[in-house]
Write a protein that binds this ligand. Structure first.
Ligand SMILES: [Zn+2]
Length: 68
């Protein structure tokens, strides 16, 4: 078993419309195991997010003050 290879395949890029906390613009989010980071396409604000499984889908929670 190669755990590192499995983690590599779990990285996903998703665009979230109207998800920017700063300007309400589209957020380009990259999901990695256990965490996620979003970059606004409009104002380039970076926000850290926490992803948890909720039923059949994913629940995304933005963490205030998560600037990089
Ligand atoms: Zn923005």
């Amino acid at each position: 078993m190669n755990t590192e290879l499995q983690q590599e395949t779990m990285v996903h890029d998703v665009e979230l419309p109207n998800a920017c906390a700063a300007c309400g613009g589209p957020l380009a989010a990259r999901f990695t195991p256990g965490s996620a980071r979003g970059v606004c396409l409009a104002c380039r604000a970076i926000s850290a997010m926490t992803v948890s499984r909720a039923g059949d889908g994913l629940q995304i929670v933005q963490e205030p003050g998560g600037e990089a």
